[in-house]
Design a protein around this ligand. Structure first.
Ligand code: ADP
Length: 159
């Protein structure tokens, strides 16, 4: 059984993240989408809320587990008994960052492999930070995030 971990901030999860997750769930027997606690980044939503919204957004995906973790991704992967990480790529600027991250992870843990999936063109420009920026200016984010995320943000952030 092949399990992949899809780590990230998911603050909040977007339709772009979901696209990568769905494709990953067709390739691997199981995907664990894992929200990382990042001491460097002060979150917009709490990690617990992000996990809850992901769970509500993926009810149709049966081989996906939602979790959160603190510390290094490679340590979390080892704890979960896998050496495969899943990440999404949008633009060449993503590539520069992901290359560095993947090589660092591989240096930290020799058997770690990162699998990259390229997003569909219609999700290319979607990012959590863009969603937050639009939200803070009272713009419409409905097309960019899963329904449960939209409903939560609409109710709590007066969209
Ligand atoms: P991180 O803070 O670890 O970069 P993110 O939540 O921003 O976490 O992203 C997690 C993963 O999802 C990354 O691999 C990122 O490139 C990918 N990703 C983000 N937005 C999209 C999108 N619109 N389409 C495809 N992949 C995406």
């Amino acid at each position: 059984m092949t399990t992949a971990i899809y780590p990230g901030s998911f603050d909040p999860i977007t339709n772009g993240h979901l696209d990568i997750l769905k494709s990953g769930s067709e390739i691997f027997d199981k995907v664990i989408i894992a929200v990382s606690y990042n001491i460097e980044k002060k979150g917009f939503l709490s990690v617990e809320k992000r996990v809850e919204l992901i769970k509500e957004s993926i009810e149709d995906l049966k081989n996906v587990e939602v979790d959160s973790f603190e510390g290094l991704t490679v340590d979390y992967a080892r704890k979960r008994g896998t050496h495969i990480l899943l990440r999404g790529l949008r633009t060449s600027s993503d590539f520069e960052y992901e290359l560095q991250l993947s090589q660092t992870n591989n240096y930290l843990s020799k058997d770690i492999k990162t699998v990259f999936l390229i997003t569909k063109p219609e999700y290319n420009f979607i990012s959590s930070s863009m969603v937050k920026e639009i939200l803070s200016n009272k713009g419409d984010i409905e097309a960019f995030v899963p329904k449960p995320v939209y409903q939560y943000l609409k109710t709590n952030y007066d969209v």
